[in-house]
Write a protein that binds this ligand. Sequence first.
Ligand SMILES: O=C(O)C(=O)Cc1ccccc1
Length: 310
Amino acid sequence: MPASYAYLGPEGTFTEVALRTLPEAATRELIPYVSVQSALDAVRTGEAEAAFVPIENSVEGGITTTLDELVAGEPLTIYREVLLSITFALLVRPGTKLADIKTVTAHPAAQPQVRNWLRAHLPDALWESAASNADGARLVQEGRYDAAFAGEFAAARYGLVPLETDIHDAENAQTRFVLVGRPARPAAPTGADKTSVVLWQREDHPGALRDLIDEFATRGINLMLLQSRPTGEGIGNYCFCVDAEGHISDRRMAEALMGLKRVCLQVRFLGSYPRADIAPGGARPLQPGTSDQEFLAASDWVTRCQDGRF
Ligand SMILES: O=C(O)C(=O)Cc1ccccc1
């Protein structure tokens, strides 16, 4: 049996479409799971080699179930990311008209992407969340809801028809998905990489968050995501999910992570992996003084000073 990738199912999710864009997916058995948690658990138990799950969208930010799963429990590592442009179709059973729709469903992350459309076209419809957009389509097929927002491609799979297509409140809405596996050495840098970490502050004090961010800023590292998540240990108690430009094998990133390790209560490394938004080698020019050579030269100079050879 080939190694398997778990993904947020059932069949017909945007997650499945995004997963199939990865060349390595063609050589794996792709197994749908009912939730992000169960897909990630399949990796933790060794049932699946890796799991593919949504993690962020350009309209609402981080997908909190996924972030919370990566923040807690047995550590997992992100190996790849995929960006997918998202537009929704309103899927109904054949014969349903707009005026018949009293209940609608989709994944919670879909709602901010269709809210204005709903207000304009179905202001009185009751919204209930589904485990995924394809699961919403399945529930419409079963007669549990009148309509589901999902990919148009999911219609045929669930015996539904698209009553409306190309629904998106925001132009160019994109969702980011990640391939997550058990911890192992990150892939070699491509020249356009991203590093994800979770940071827990040691203590609350004025400027505590700025102190963490400074570890990146002073080394010329740009941040791409900064999302706070409650630790569950009381009001005002948060950890921070951070995506930063660069790879852990870059000196500036390694030094920033060393700095964070010293000043944070805890740091969880979630991986260094190729960026999906730009081609290999396409990262922004480095800030003066932050190349590997400059870090190494500075370190050599300190050693010479310590040895009295300056
Ligand atoms: O993959 C899906 O279909 C999902 O349910 C997750 C999701 C939610 C909203 C936009 C893209 C993906």
